[in-house]
Write a protein that binds this ligand. Sequence first.
Ligand SMILES: C[S@@+](CC[C@H](N)C(=O)[O-])C[C@H]1O[C@@H](n2cnc3c(N)ncnc32)[C@H](O)[C@@H]1O
Length: 240
Amino acid sequence: MSTEKEDTDPRWYGRRYGKKLRPGRQKLVDTLLPELRIAPDADRLAANLHDLFPANCQDVWLEIGFGAGEHLAAQAANRPDIGFIGCEPFINGVASLLAHIDSGKTENVRIFDDDARILMDALPDASLGRIFVLFADPWPKSRHHRRRMMIEANLQRFARLLKDGGELRFASDHMEYASWTLERLLRQSEFDWQVASAKDWRAPPEDWVETRYEAKARAKDELPVYLRFLRVSRSSGSSA
Ligand SMILES: C[S@@+](CC[C@H](N)C(=O)[O-])C[C@H]1O[C@@H](n2cnc3c(N)ncnc32)[C@H](O)[C@@H]1O
C-alpha cells in the first residue's frame, strides 16, 4: 500500500452540454428525467435505496460515466431483477439513455446527472453489488492524472460502497491507463483481481454489452483491456 497520499482534483472537467437536443429528447429531459433523477441525500438513500426501484429488484448496480447509455440500457433490460443507477453529467448522453429507457419501457434505471463522486459520497456503505467504470477518460498527460476516475480516493469510495463479494468492472482501450489502474487496484487490500490467464483481461466477461467507446476502439483495431475485481469480505480483516 502506498504511504503517500495521491493527488486528487475535486473539480470535474468534462463537457456538460453538446449539440442542441432534438425536441423529442429535450421533452424526455424535461419530463422523464425528473421522475428518474436521484437526489444525493444521504439520509434518504440510507433509509430507502431499494425503495427507489421496483419491488423485484434484489440488488443495486452503479455505472459511472455511462456516455450514451447503450451499455446501461442493455444491462437493465437483461437484468430486470437489478436496480441500476447511472451517473453521467453530459446531458446529451443522459438524453440518449432516456430515449432507450422510454422505448424499452425500462423500469429499473435511476439517473444522477452530475459528478458521480457527489452521489457516491451520499450512498450508504456496502450498498452496491457492482460498479462499472467503462472507457473512462484517460487524461493521458501526467499532470492531469489527478482527474482520472481510478485515483486512490475513488478506489476507496468503491471499496466502501461495494458489498462483500461485489464486483468492480473496469474496461479501457488506453493501455497506459489500464496498467496504471491495475497497479493501483493491486495495492488495495479490499480488492481481489479475478484473473487466471491473459484471456481474462483480453476478453469481455460473459454478460458483457459493448459500449460506444469500445466499438470505436475496436473499429481502429485497438484491443480493450477488461479488469474484474471482487470486494474482499470485510470480516477477512481489510480496512474500509
Ligand atoms: C470516454 S466517455 C465513455 C462513455 C461510455 N462509458 C462508453 O464506454 O461509451 C467517459 C464518460 O464519463 C463521463 N464522466 C467523466 N467524469 C465523470 C464523473 N466524475 N462522474 C460521472 N461521469 C463522468 C463523461 O461525461 C463521459 O461521458
